[in-house]
Design a protein around this ligand. Structure first.
Ligand code: NAD
Length: 452
């Protein structure tokens, strides 16, 4: 529980925190079915390939588009509070053109309301047409990440690389980024490629009729993933070790899914999973490899058992289960067309961490799995991963106090994330309209300083 955040948002706490220059964690605005996605209109700027589709997408998502300020150099009226600032930077093809970022954002950045959103849309640098354009497009990354670090009061900033031809594949991504679903995601670069997008009949229940498997679902992040995928309409097969059977049944009942008691490291686990999914459900649409363990020791003190246990749960099992799900049986593999595989990595797998050579090896391996499979399965399924930072769960509650406090505060939000923040990011990957979102590793870390 984050007592410091409650204190920092009390009357006296705000005063003390301000005077001493302490971290000031703002209460994040998360998704609620009864509130609009944002607390204010979207101000659109820039000029490129996406300008046309952006208005249509924002309208369909129920977001108001604000009229442009009369003149760019005229500061927006003080009472104007934007929910988001969205800039189409795909038209920037030279260093001089970068001036457009300053011209649009500088006068209005102070008018972004609490938990506001900044989204810059660009072209993947390697897909640009000239040296000048490639340099300018790469430059957008430094801009966006710095804006994320400057925003206060729960604001986030992202760069979306939209490949040429993917202009109509961005809706699910914009709906995610321009809402409370992405409350703890900031400073990320997301890629959207061309794809045949399957728009759901009902955007509130995009996974209606789909089957999802979530490993490690009895508690923590896994339970939240099961809940969010269930909310989105999926039948969720909740998997965990037999020792967690009671908690697992409770989660499965709560989400209207079913429970599968199984140790993912067992020799027959892949075959049993495939048998269960094909036998009872005719296949699976979404597979989330969330089960994970830590066995921390510095390398000099790490015995082979700790090493082997972590590799077995966090990486080897995922690979074996994937191969079993993809193996061609009668009528194709168990993973159905337009399927989704989601790995759970960690910022430790990106930055490395003291005492976690085993864990970070497996979490970097998950990123390798995303790279390899996303290419292999392109057009047939997507493979992405989340890399959580400090998330408030039993795993992080077990971390010693001082290290725990450092992990909580060393990010742009000055607070830990919640399991639901990871779950919402996975639900965006799982969305049927996210076919163009493939090969991404998205950090859910409040823009942690670790590995940034
Ligand atoms: P947790 O320990 O609360 O939950 C993990 C679940 O996995 C448990 O229910 C456990 O029983 C299950 N599990 C473990 N071994 C298993 C096996 N062999 N077969 C089946 N199930 C098994 O952890 P959490 O904090 O909810 O973490 C979930 C995932 O997120 C993990 O992969 C973890 O590495 C990752 N992660 C967590 C954080 C964080 O801050 N909590 C940060 C980065 C990454």
């Amino acid at each position: 529980m984050d007592r410091y955040r409650s204190f920092a948002n009390s009357g006296v706490g705000r005063f003390v925190v301000g005077k001493l220059g302490l971290p000031s964690p703002y209460p994040l605005r998360r998704h609620s079915p009864t509130r609009p996605p944002l607390d204010g209109p979207v101000l659109l700027g820039g000029c490129g390939r996406l300008v046309g589709s952006l208005r249509a997408v924002l309208g369909a998502a129920g977001l108001d588009v604000a009229p442009e300020p009369a003149r760019a150099e005229e500061p927006a009226r003080a009472e104007e509070r934007y929910g988001a600032l969205v800039f189409d930077a795909t038209g920037i093809d030279s260093v001089e053109g970068l001036r457009g970022l300053h011209a649009f954002f500088q006068p209005v950045i102070r008018s972004l309301g609490p938990c506001g959103r900044v989204v810059v849309l660009g072209t993947p640098p390697e897909l640009t047409g000239s040296t000048d354009e490639r340099i300018a497009q790469r430059a957008l990354e430094g801009f966006t990440r710095s804006v994320g670090k400057e925003l206060r009061r729960g604001g986030t900033a992202q760069l979306v690389h939209v490949a040429p031809g993917a202009e109509d594949a961005v809706e699910s991504t914009l709906r995610f980024l321009l809402s409370g679903r992405s409350a703890y995601v900031s400073g990320q670069v997301v890629r959207v490629g061309p794809a045949d997008v399957e728009a759901p009949r009902d955007w509130d229940r995009p996974l209606d009729g789909k089957v999802a498997l979530v490993t490690g679902a009895s508690r923590g992040i896994g339970a939240a993933i099961a809940e969010v995928l269930g909310r989105d309409g999926a039948h969720v097969v909740c998997l965990d070790v037999p020792a967690q059977g009671e908690e697992l049944s409770r989660v499965a009942n709560r989400v209207g899914g079913s429970a599968l008691q199984l140790d993912v490291t067992a020799a027959d686990a892949p075959a049993r999973i495939v048998e269960h999914l094909t036998g009872r459900h005719g296949g699976v649409d979404v597979v989330v490899h969330n089960a994970g363990i830590t066995r921390d020791r510095t390398l000099a003190r790490m015995d082979a058992d700790r090493w082997d246990a972590v590799v077995a749960v966090n990486l080897a099992s995922q690979q074996r289960v994937n191969e079993a799900l993809l193996a061609e049986g009668s009528g194709g593999g168990a993973l159905r067309p337009n399927g989704r595989i989601v790995g759970v990595s960690s910022i430790a797998g990106i930055a490395g961490n003291v005492g976690q050579t085993n864990y970070a090896t497996t979490k970097a391996g998950v990123i390798g799995m995303v790279d390899a499979l996303s290419e292999r399965l392109a057009g047939r399924a997507t493979v992405n991963a989340v890399a959580p930072g400090f998330i408030e769960t039993a795993m992080t509650a077990a971390v010693p106090l001082l290290i725990r406090e450092a992990g909580r505060r060393m990010n742009s939000m000055s607070q830990g994330g919640l399991p639901v923040d990871v779950a919402e990011t996975i639900a965006w990957f799982a969305h049927p309209a996210s076919s163009g979102v493939n090969g991404n590793v998205v950090r859910v870390c409040g823009q942690s300083l670790l590995g940034a």
